[in-house]
Design a protein around this ligand. Structure first.
Ligand SMILES: *Cc1c(COP(=O)(O)O)cnc(C)c1O
Length: 371
């Protein structure tokens, strides 16, 4: 029995997504299988162009994962050993691992008051002579305060790279995530709003030379068929993933609309309670990768929901600066009080386009009854 069957409402059941688009999915998988070209072929070309257009960018380079997208973007910007990259402690760990993979040093700045994104004022305080990039994360599917962060990057004369791994189709003042900074980094990990049937990622940019640099770095540093102009590695997005992603991209706007609809039902159901809600703020096209509520009694709420058959998760139970792998950076509990408080208070309720209305009601009611 699949794990998800233990729940009245599983957090996410991707087999439902497959069932919905099975015809198109199978056609794409069989097409690639029969063609006999599996790496760097026409599926990648097509998907790169379509995803670039979707993000309002001139170019998009497919890579092997979201982690690689960030590491390759930083390397393409010549960021490496001795350089510092400012990011948020309230993110998926790979944001930070990618900085380390590029050879640079992560520097954390706390999140904003009343939200979960990197605080521009805190980022400004964290900047120093070695700072070479800002790496804000459009966390949970909502764009960070881009105007102030872009101003800051401009004043410091450094690049802003977007971690848009949770923000496919999100926007800031009408402009799509991935088109807002020098480069945008996407993950197509299966559970993301646009997900592959394995690992995959993408770097978006409006800058031709950065695009070609990423294309070279993802292919062992290749500059032409038999010439390698710098050391790179292997981080290619294969044809099967590109074909599947192309199928799903055609459905993404509809799926995002359904996410917003469910978020609307939750927001209404929980208004007037003491839950802090992810209400969409003006100018930010939230795509609700996750529906995150916050309260003082998070663990009790999670266990009451669990006993009512509702599966929840916590994103994230520990801020990244407290992870054992990063102890060498010298951070300690108390350094980022807002991110630390958020980690203790946040709870992600099930929200995905393949939930039924009945399941949505069940989650809403179970949550209200638990309060
Ligand atoms: C998923 C994710 C990543 C990493 O993507 P992978 O494809 O798993 O390497 C990076 N940053 C954020 C914010 C993510 O959610």
């Amino acid at each position: 029995m699949p794990e998800s069957n233990r729940w009245m409402v599983p957090f996410l059941d991707l087999s439902r997504q497959y069932a919905l688009i099975k015809g198109e999915m199978d056609e794409a998988l069989l097409r690639v299988g029969a063609r006999g070209s599996y790496i760097m072929g026409s599926e990648l070309e097509d998907f790169q162009q379509r995803f670039a257009a979707y993000c309002g960018c001139a170019r998009a380079a497919g890579v092997a994962s979201g982690t690689d997208a960030i590491a390759l973007a930083l390397k393409a910007l010549n960021i490496g050993p001795g350089d510092e990259v400012i990011t948020t402690p309230l993110t998926a760990v790979p944001t930070v691992m990618a900085i380390i993979q590029a050879g640079a040093t992560p520097v954390f700045a706390d999140i904003e008051e009343g939200g979960y994104g990197l605080d521009p004022a805190e980022a400004a305080k964290a900047a120093g002579p070695r700072t070479r990039a800002l790496l804000p994360v459009h966390i949970f599917g909502e764009c960070v305060e881009m105007d102030t962060l872009l101003d800051l990057a401009g004043r410091l004369g450094i690049a802003l790279v977007e971690d848009a791994c949770q923000a496919h189709g999100a926007s800031w003042q009408g402009h799509p995530a991935g088109s807002l900074g020098a480069m945008g980094c996407f993950s197509f990990y299966p559970t993301k709003n646009l997900g592959a049937v394995g690992d995959a990622g993408m770097v978006t940019t409006g800058d031709e030379s950065l695009y070609y640099r990423v294309c070279s770095l993802r292919d062992y540093g290749r500059s032409s068929r038999d010439t390698f102009s710098e050391p790179g590695w292997n981080s290619r997005l294969d044809e099967i993933q590109a074909a599947v992603l192309g199928v799903k991209l055609s459905h993404l706007d509809q799926w995002t609309a359904r996410r917003k609809e469910i978020a609307g039902v939750y927001n209404q159901a929980f208004s007037g309670t003491d839950l802090f809600l992810p209400i969409e703020r003006p100018g930010r096209g939230h795509v609700y990768h996750l529906y995150v509520v916050s309260c003082d009694y998070r663990d009790d709420l999670a266990s009451m929901l669990s006993s009512r058959g509702v599966q929840t998760h916590v994103h994230y139970p520990a801020p990244v600066h407290l992870q054992p792998a990063l102890m060498h950076l010298g951070y300690a509990r108390g350094d980022f009080p807002r991110a630390e408080a958020a980690s203790a208070r946040v709870l992600s309720l099930p929200l995905n386009p393949w939930m039924t209305d009945a399941e949505t009601e069940l989650v809403a009611n179970a949550t209200r009854e638990s309060l």
